[in-house]
Design a protein around this ligand. Structure first.
Ligand code: UDP
Ligand code: MG
Length: 310
């Protein structure tokens, strides 16, 4: 690890067109960082691309020693690419960027100065609008963040991008989270630390097309909910209580109707069915609550993270 290196991690999935554009743009920041005694290090993580991404990165390497490549055996997803990059990064400062130039490298000097001059541990970015995105996707995205705010204790910021610069301390904290199902937006929020948020407007992709289909995003959002909330496990308990309450109401109705001399056979039957279903659901909910504890234990997250100590 070296304080004099800024590692730039770039997950790439079929980005043969974007990689050279990205490299050219990011390389423009070299001068600024050299002035500050910091060298750049590019880590391209090829996430099982089927195009010429690997060849393109190798070509860059021929003329630039700072370029590194990790190439996956197949497509493992962006989360895996981020993790591989973080594990390989040598820098005291690390930044995550998309290959498609939606994360402007021109922001890097500003991010660096927030860390070195203003004492932040981490500079994150969020986009303030979703211009150029299908409206239905934006709608679902907003519902997802709204839901997460309610059911998760971890702060997950709406519009947050993965584009961020972190100190070594933060990177090590992220790496200390060994969980298998990784949802970075949640992990970043979970580790905490002093974070500066920069906002910018959505920028269109430089080349190629988005790798996220609606379906892929939907699955990703379920992953986020399951990784950072155990609230769904309580649903059967709540439903069980509702069913038992309904059974009690039905019982009262049956008694009243019975006293009035009506036939209450069907009512009693409904009452029994509601009660038995309610008990079953409630038991499932109780099991779910213990299950949620086991789930959290198995993740084996650090019990705390220290920012500073004497
Ligand atoms: N990406 C990846 N693996 C995947 C999907 C995407 O490494 O399975 C990379 C992709 O190459 C890009 C970044 O993740 O550098 C963001 O993807 P994209 O631009 O398609 O997402 P969007 O900006 O549309 O949300
Ligand atoms: Mg993109």
């Amino acid at each position: 690890m070296s304080q004099q290196i800024l590692s730039i991690i770039v997950p790439c999935y079929n980005e043969e067109e974007s990689v050279p554009l990205f490299y050219a743009e990011a390389d423009k920041q070299t001068a600024f960082f050299r002035e500050n005694g910091v060298e750049l290090e590019f880590i391209f993580v090829d996430d099982g691309s089927r195009d010429k991404t690997v060849e393109v990165v190798k070509k860059l390497r021929e003329s630039d020693e700072r370029v590194h490549l990790i190439s996956f055996s197949r497509n493992f997803g962006k989360e895996a690419a981020i993790l591989a990059g973080l594990e390989k990064a040598e820098g005291g400062f690390v930044t995550l960027m998309d290959a498609d130039l939606q994360d402007p490298p021109a922001l890097l000097p500003q991010m660096y100065s927030h860390i070195t001059k203003d004492g932040f541990d981490c500079v994150a970015t969020r986009r303030v609008d979703r211009k150029g995105e299908p409206p239905i996707r934006s709608w679902f995205a907003r519902r997802f963040y709204g839901l997460m705010r309610k059911i998760s204790t971890t702060e997950i910021v709406d519009g947050a991008r993965d584009f961020r610069m972190m100190t070594r301390k933060v990177v090590d904290a992220i790496l200390s989270m060994k969980e298998y199902n990784r949802f970075s937006k949640g992990i970043f929020g979970w580790v905490g630390y002093r974070t500066k948020w920069l906002e910018y407007e959505n920028i269109q992709r430089a080349a190629g097309e988005t790798k996220w289909s609606f379906w892929k995003l939907f699955k990703y959002s379920l992953e986020g909910i399951m990784a950072f909330s155990t609230a769904p496990l309580i649903i059967p308990l709540v439903m069980g209580i509702i069913f038992c309450a309904a059974a009690a109401a039905l019982l009262i109705v049956s008694i009243v109707r019975g006293v009035m001399g009506f036939d209450v056979g069907i009512l009693i039957l409904s009452c029994v069915i509601a009660f038995v279903s309610g008990i079953q659901l409630a038991c499932l909910g109780i099991v779910g609550m213990y299950f949620s504890k086991i789930y959290l234990e198995v993740k084996n997250r650090p019990k705390y993270l220290i920012r500073e100590e004497f």
